[in-house]
Design a protein around this ligand. Sequence first.
Ligand code: ATP
Ligand code: MG
Length: 250
Amino acid sequence: MINAIETKDLNFRYGNINALENINLIIPQEKFVSILGPNGSGKSTFLRILAGIIKPNSGKIKVFGQSIDEISSDLIGYVPQIKTLDRNFPAIAIELVLSGLNHRWALNSTNEQKDKANFVLEQLNAISYSKKPLNQLSGGQLQRIYLARCLVREPQLLLLDEPATGIDMICETNLNGIIQNFSKVKRTSILMVTHDWTSAYEHTEDVILLNRKLIYYGDKKNAFSNENLMQTFSHPQHHHHITFGNLSNV
Ligand SMILES: Nc1ncnc2c1ncn2[C@@H]1O[C@H](COP(=O)(O)OP(=O)(O)OP(=O)(O)O)[C@@H](O)[C@H]1O
Ligand SMILES: [Mg+2]
């Protein structure tokens, strides 16, 4: 069986900042994997490499057995972190969703494509603002529209960078459930960055703990040991004893 993702000795630097160090990872197909780690630990960098946006300084990556340079971009869907989403694009929400299906512009969309887009928007509970201009949407609403644009393409590998950020808690649970359901029905491989340990535990199967280096990859049941959490976050379990101004790594 071909794996969804294989990385070998993957390194990435921004100038002289080491963002990722020697990442060796094998992720089988059809897994829903969460990526956890502190701010600046390389989570977004890792997704951007897998999405083919940036190239590693060294190391190898295969996605579905193919080199990242050769793989068809149709197989991979990527939704970046909310702060990087463009809301000034002069379009209404559904047009952005349709642009996921149509490399040309939404005016050329077929009825079948429109039905598909509306179906995904309904599933994401976003139909009520599908006709609004992007610049009138809230952050969380905009996030959903970008997610819809990605889901409508039915990629085989879905890369989601904090999809629940800016989404209220009740909707967040619902959103994670929708993504989980999508992964089952479409047999998609999903990597999802999140800061929410509880939803990672409830909705995903495997967990990656990242802090520049790979601390852990495997079943979620063994992920949250004190030792793993100390290595990843420098503190165990959910006790956030953060002393502001104290930079020592206790
Ligand atoms: N464009 C950039 N230029 C220079 N340094 C960068 C750039 N993007 C990220 N970095 C640095 O690389 C490291 C990893 O950043 P990255 O965005 O991957 O972290 P992250 O785990 O996604 O963090 P967060 O949880 O805050 O989103 C950080 O030290 C960050 O400051
Ligand atoms: Mg990030």
